[in-house]
Design a protein around this ligand. Structure first.
Ligand code: NAD
Length: 260
């Protein structure tokens, strides 16, 4: 198993891409510490890991809150003795609205969850990663990196663009510590992300562009799955990707090349 002996942290592990990745990490031999702000869902992921013969602990933290993130990461490190892999994945769609109707507190919530949350997760894990080296993977999106036609997603897309810059900067900074950092950019993936979405008056700002039916030829128009993203993340977490750092990988069946 390619992650045997590794300890991994996964944020947003109660659902979707984070959950699928936590399960795959464990199936590949890693010990997994989950971080989510929903205790029930985070624990359910650990219960599944235990059922499949793996080992993990669930911690509760809002990734936008420094004290909560630090204590969750310290708890996981204490439990398993080290941290090798960090998957900074927790995120929300937040409010998508015309720019003059987007409230400052709505902007802050998206930025604080997606971008500050990534910063805090990495910041508090890096002292542990530095002890033996490791791998950081961040979840960005096609939005803000290749697709700019989803008008109204300004706050969300800005966080995703910034996560790419963040990852490249830390890849350079941390290379001397044998820590790699990469960012995955999913297209449409079947998860619960729409539960964190609020759309307001988008019709008024959308360009009248129509895409043909079944535009993602690779999947006959269907979205990707969280498990497909998890396979990519597990590869980037493993030593099989030992010379890959500072890069984004789009995982969208070419959706963003058509829609961008
Ligand atoms: P999801 O809603 O299924 O899962 C998100 C998880 O993050 C949930 O468990 C949720 O409880 C957790 N979370 C949200 N806010 C949090 C906070 N403040 N603190 C701690 N945990 C928090 O969605 P998903 O699609 O699996 O999303 C994961 C990541 O993938 C996000 O960063 C999202 O932007 C990105 N993404 C998703 C898609 C897609 O189509 N699903 C596409 C591109 C990028």
């Amino acid at each position: 198993m390619q992650l045997t002996g590794k300890v991994a942290i996964v944020t947003g592990a109660g659902s979707g891409i984070g959950k699928a990745t936590a399960l795959l990490f464990a199936a590949q031999g890693a010990k997994v510490g989950t971080i989510d702000h929903t205790p029930k869902e985070g624990q359910a992921t650990i219960d599944e890991i235990n059922q499949q013969g793996g080992e993990g602990i669930s911690t509760i933290a809002d990734v936008s809150q420094p004290d909560q993130v630090q204590s969750a990461i310290d708890k996981i490190a204490q439990q398993f003795g080290k941290i090798d892999i960090v998957f900074a994945n927790a995120g929300i769609n937040g409010v998508w609205a015309p720019i003059d109707q987007l409230e400052p507190e709505e902007w802050d919530k998206t930025i604080n969850t997606n971008l500050k949350g990534t910063f805090l997760t990495v910041k508090y894990a890096v002292p542990y990663l530095k002890q033996q080296g490791g791998s950081i993977i961040v979840t960005a999106s096609v939005n803000g990196t290749r697709i700019f036609s989803n008008t109204g997603s300004t706050a969300y897309s800005c966080t995703k663009a910034a996560q790419v810059a963040f990852t490249k900067l830390i890849a350079v900074e941390l290379a001397k510590h044998k820590i790699r950092a990469n960012v995955v950019c999913p297209g449409k993936i079947e998860t619960n992300i729409e539960n964190s979405s609020q759309h307001r008056n988008l019709e008024s700002i959308r360009e009248p562009v129509e895409f043909p039916e079944g535009m993602i030829s690779l999947t006959d128009g269907a979205p990707g799955s969280a498990e497909q993203v998890a396979q990519l993340v597990a590869f980037l977490a493993s030593d099989a990707s030992s010379h890959i750092t500072g890069t984004e990988v789009w995982i969208d069946g070419a959706e963003s090349l058509i829609k961008g």
